[in-house]
Design a protein around this ligand. Structure first.
Ligand SMILES: Nc1nc2c(ncn2[C@@H]2O[C@H](COP(=O)(O)OP(=O)(O)OP(=O)(O)O)[C@@H](O)[C@H]2O)c(=O)[nH]1
Ligand SMILES: [Mg+2]
Length: 225
């Protein structure tokens, strides 16, 4: 997808604040500091539209970013951040669970995992919970630039095994630093939201034209000798 326009829309703290545009939504879930906001910035090629930080716990609300008039990225607060109080965590947990299970325009959750470490207990619980609730997901294994290329496959295997992921769950290796995986992730998102690039002739129109004979192959008489 060509990103012509990307803008921050709202930090929502409750369903009444979710945008009413009915555009498809792609949400990002993952441990605090794993690189969710950086991933959004890389996908839209902006340095710091989604606020990032080397300190965990930066993203505290559901932050909506509108991309063209095509979709929203929804940056969720990171989980597993010990310094947030237990009551606060429970409150946020309920709010996010509700979003993930009830939000109609939500088309895909990107579960973001750090390539360097086996998925944590929180990652495993999140994966199991998403599957249990039938939420469509893609595992995005990020910070690929932090380990040598020769170790990528081995680490991806550990991620899949530790999560207990199904073999048909999509998994994409990513690096916000270098842009690895960006095109692959866009293709998957486009597929899931049924994106048709501008200027494309829809399949029905093309076949209707063929039926009308507008693209009839040249007859034998027309052929040059
Ligand atoms: N080398 C490298 N660093 C990364 C990558 N992605 C993120 N980082 C760094 O990791 C830190 C955390 O990134 P964020 O994008 O803020 O993480 P987050 O998951 O949004 O964190 P919270 O909002 O706290 O949940 C920052 O210092 C980023 O620069 C990556 O692909 N490669
Ligand atoms: Mg963030």
């Amino acid at each position: 997808m060509k990103v012509n326009q990307a803008e921050f829309v709202i930090s929502a703290v409750g369903p009444s604040q979710y945008p009413a545009d009915a555009l498809p939504e792609i949400a990002l879930a993952g441990r605090s500091n794993v690189g969710k906001s950086s991933l959004i910035n890389r996908m839209i090629q902006r340095k710091n539209l989604a606020r990032t930080s080397s300190k965990p716990g930066k993203t505290q609300q559901l932050n909506y970013y509108r991309i063209n008039q095509d979709l929203f990225f929804v940056d969720l607060p990171g989980y597993g951040y010990a310094q947030v109080s237990k009551t606060e965590r429970e409150k946020w947990g309920k709010f996010i669970e509700q979003y993930l299970t009830e939000r109609e325009p939500l088309k895909l959750v990107l579960q973001v995992i750090d390539v360097r470490h086996p998925p944590s207990k929180d990652d495993q619980a999140m994966y199991a919970w998403l599957k249990h609730n039938g939420v469509p997901l893609c595992i995005v294994v990020t910070k690929a630039d932090k380990i040598p290329r020769g170790k990528w496959q081995q680490h991806l295997k550990i991620v899949r095994e530790t999560l207990g992921a199904d073999k048909d769950d999509p998994m994409i290796l990513f690096s916000s630093e270098l842009g690895i995986g960006k095109d692959e992730l866009w293709s998957l998102i486009e597929d899931r939201i049924g994106y048709v690039p501008p200027g494309t002739v829809p399949a029905e129109t093309a076949s209707a034209e063929l039926e009308k004979g507008e693209h009839k192959p040249a007859s034998a008489d027309d052929r040059e000798l």
